[in-house]
Design a protein around this ligand. Sequence first.
Ligand SMILES: [Zn+2]
Length: 259
Amino acid sequence: MSDNNSSEELETWISNFCGLYGHDYFVEVAPEFIEDDFNLTGLSSIVPFYREALDMILDFEPDKPISVSDLPLVQHSAELLYGLIHSRFILTKQGLQQMVDKYDKKQFGVCPRVYCESMPFLPIGRHDQPGVETVRLYCPSCFDLYLPNSSRYLNIDGAFFGTTFPGLFIKIFSEIDQQIKLRNKKQYELKIFGFKINEESQFGSRMKWLRKLPKTEKEFEELNNCQYEIPLDDEEDIEDEDENIDDDQEEDDDDVEMK
Ligand SMILES: [Zn+2]
């Protein structure tokens, strides 16, 4: 409002969209990114009124005027299209840089878990298809997902941030990875009159190893093996057992059908 340049900037569709209440997780996608057709591959089949929505986002005059009845639909399509472009843009160098600025200012909030020591959140979607679930927040320290603490974010689609963003973000900005490693991975242990509860007890911390990270090379190797490999001997046993189970089940199924 103070000078002509800034008021012109404020008038674009993109800056207006990002300035709306509850839209502060979004960054402003560079118009050059949107103008490159390669970056929009596949979106025309997902978004209705695609051409009109694209013109609206880029503040282009539409080829033919949009009827009053279609205007809300085009506006909705423009928001959907922008969100889907946004999820791609934040994976680029420029987009990641804009997101790290927000992350550094803790604009996505911080993890409420005491042992995460106010670790800043990253927005994430559990699905890349729009309309499935709203945005969630990922804590790089405890590796868990949280709901935004304000209802203003509860209508923002998770697909507008996508499943890839936090993983790539942490990979690119390795100093964050270091920060995480420095954090204490301690898990709170309940005590009764000063005595620890046995780990095997129903209330014990039996699964605390889930939050632990491998430290030595041998531990890394073990983790990799248990993620991707099943020892050969055991595999054969399992197959044999499966066959037996299948046979039994088939007989059982027949019985059920007879009844
Ligand atoms: Zn956390």
